[in-house]
Design a protein around this ligand. Sequence first.
Ligand code: HEM
Length: 465
Amino acid sequence: MATAAAKPHGYPFEESANPHWVKRPDESQLEHIPGEKGLPVFGVTLTMLKDPPAFGRRMFEKYGSVYKAYSFGGWSVNLLGADATEMVLFNKDKIFSSEQGWGPVLNNLFPRGLMLMDFERHRADRKALSVAFKPGPMKHHCKVLGEGILERVGEWSGTDFNFYPAIKSLSLDTAASAILGIPWGPEADKINKAFVDEVQASVGVVRKPIPFTKMWRGVKAREYLLEYFTPQVKERREKGGEDIFTQICLATHENGELLTEDEVVDHMNFLMMAAHDTITSSATSMTYLLAKHPEWQDKVREECLSVAPAGQQLSFDDLGKLELTEMAFKEALRLIPPVPSMPRRAIKEFTYRNYTIPAGTNVGISPSFVHKMEKHWPDPQKFDPMRFTPDKIAARHKYAWVPFGGGAHMCLGLHFAYMQIKILMHAMLTQNRVLLQGGPDYEPKWQVFPIPQPKDGLPVRLERI
Ligand code: HEM
């Protein structure tokens, strides 16, 4: 297989390797938009990375809901608020490209994944992939996740441990079994390591695979995964199975033709990335918030016990009965959204709040900002799952809560995510009380970028009840 370094036209993420991407405007075309350039070369990258929500709030107070900032080597225009989020995500006039927004971050490692596609091509591939999330396969995923999670939570029970690394390892293993359909063990460990290297590389500072950098390791990991997945496509088509990989091997385009081997492999590679850090982050924040709010932990426990006894696996039909658990999860996603901001590139000029924004502009929207706006969320820092009763949801702006995005690119795995979290909470809380080792007043420091995680790993105790 050719190495990435030998490719003649630069790496896939580079503008030159993607001549269809709309050229970014130069500084003079954005002169009329308020904002900051920051330091030479770095711009505001370092200040922003230190605390992205605080940076967003400061810019909002100083410049309002439309501002520009120079970061990661270029200008972006950020649009804050539920209306802007709706305009960008709903994308009625097909102005915003997800491929060209995410491309500079993800294209080197996850090219041709769903978020790296736009419009008609994206619609058709998304439709093909959605077979893997239909009720039949979901029942299978529910069983596989249930077995793995119960066994691992049994090992945690009665012990002190750091929750974040433990759930990260568990969600990689459950992804290996439910998504890839391979048993836990040395093979899964090798694949998991390759995914971790790819994800690390996608946020590495060095953007070219120079030897020994994160990007170099990530590109090598991608090559390993492609070599691993490709020969399996044929085998899986012959053998069949309900795991997501096999379902995608068997998926067809609208004309009835199977996806090509390359298409299957690229989609799988992207899907594993989309699934695992997001689940890890949200399971951690929910566990932290329930440990911090024991009255809610008791309510969730009571509801879980009313649906299935301790130690028993939840059935697929049980999942819909866990309403309070789902509300608590939604509130955790509001307070600590795993994807705090989403990039797009405008492929046509557009106007928002009297600003004309030229074609080629990188546009950012921010779930972490809109999730805390007082206008939509009274007392926004308070943990209150009752914000998600059906009447409260109906009364709120539809785009005030967007942890899974919205519009054509809305998370394809969101029901899988709800399922996994409900199974985890049932397994953990029906047999244990979750306590923070640092005591009830303890507040971990969060690393926000690229996906929120507690810096100290979140030391917890699972006390048997
Ligand atoms: C709590 C967990 C999760 C969160 C918060 C989350 C969040 C998101 C968000 C915000 C997007 C859209 C990004 C954008 O429009 O720019 C997205 C897309 C996606 N997610 Fe998730 N995700 C989660 C779990 C999962 C899981 C478990 C899977 C797969 C099993 C998955 C698969 C995908 C896929 C395939 C896309 C691309 C959809 C498209 O472009 O059409 N996600 N996710």
